[in-house]
Design a protein around this ligand. Structure first.
Ligand SMILES: Cc1ncc(COP(=O)(O)O)c(C=O)c1O
Length: 294
């Protein structure tokens, strides 16, 4: 991956190499940062980049910063304007990954959230698919449990908490899977390692409630837009799903959804397999599928 040419920093687009922080930076030592992960898609017909749901992402980004007691010197509108300036400066004509970051920047020793100075940056980089096997994910149920909301606020995108996601992802990868479904302490499905999770059963999409330690979703409502082949286009229910003995409940399909990867169908969850029939060609930005059980 090549580094960006520019970064949006302290309200301006500046050369990427101008922004430097030392190894004592608080966020680097203690995980005191929050971030976002958005996509922009290049539309070759219209010769334009389209950013997917930037306002929703910046809203969650600022909420996550509040959870971390950060006082950020920017509003959502300023972040959006900064992002547009940055995209123009970079001049890419391909799909992008966008990474806003807010981090405690003091170079000090001392674990805390108060009396710290936070900085904000955004970078954009050309990016294709997020997961290696996006059309046919084989996922396992992780033995790691998702961070609990009273351990680290799970609804915020807090950098330090991603060590939990990293454990789940790496264990799944080493066991030969593409990703893991992570349960909460009560044994309810919470999420993928870094994705919201959906089941399709009897024509209805079910997704876990926020109270099962889910990251505040930016795009749940996008699901209803996509699956033209689904019997009921916009039915999404919020449902706690208990996993017994490591087996998922009987379903017609499952997929994870993130802004980074779109909808990634799981054709195998642990021991259960699904066939991905009636698949429609992927639609831009939001893709979803219907499966029939084998
Ligand atoms: C833990 C976790 N849950 C869910 C998601 C999906 O979130 P969104 O598509 O709203 O960014 C992500 C995205 O990175 C994530 O890291």
């Amino acid at each position: 991956m090549s580094l960006p040419n520019y970064v949006f920093f302290r309200g301006r687009v500046v050369p990427y190499s101008d922004v430097k922080f030392g190894v004592l930076t608080h966020a680097l030592n203690y995980g005191t940062a929050v971030f976002g992960g958005l996509r922009a898609y290049w539309n070759a017909d219209e010769k334009q980049l389209f950013v997917f749901r930037p306002n929703d992402h910046f809203r969650r980004f600022l909420q996550s910063a509040k959870l971390m007691c950060m006082e950020l010197p920017v509003s959502g509108e300023e972040l959006l304007k900064g992002l547009i300036d940055l995209i123009r400066a970079e001049g890419h004509k391909e799909d992008l990954y966008i990474r806003p970051l807010a981090f405690d920047a003091d170079e000090i020793i001392g674990v805390r959230l108060h009396d710290l100075h936070s900085e904000v940056s955004i970078v954009v980089i050309p990016y294709g698919t997020y997961n290696k096997n996006e059309e046919d994910m084989h996922v396992t149920i992780s033995s790691w449990r998702r961070v609990d909301d009273n351990t680290i606020p799970a609804r915020g995108k807090i950098a330090g908490a991603y060590v939990n996601s990293a454990f789940a992802k790496t264990d799944a990868h080493r066991a030969g899977f593409d990703d893991a479904i992570v349960l909460n302490a009560d044994g309810h499905i919470s999420e993928g390692s870094a994705a919201n999770f959906f089941l399709l059963r009897n024509g209805v999409f079910a997704t876990p409630p926020i109270t099962d330690n889910v990251l505040e979703p930016t795009k749940r409502s996008s699901v209803g837009l996509a699956p033209r082949s689904a019997p009921s286009r916009a039915s999404i229910i919020v449902l706690s799903v208990q996993v017994n003995s490591g087996r998922p409940p009987p379903v017609f399909g499952a997929f994870s959804l993130t802004s980074s990867a779109g909808a990634s169908p799981s054709t195998e969850i642990g021991v259960a397999r699904f066939t991905n029939r009636n698949r429609r060609p992927p639609r831009r930005n939001v893709r979803a599928y219907r499966w029939n059980k084998e």
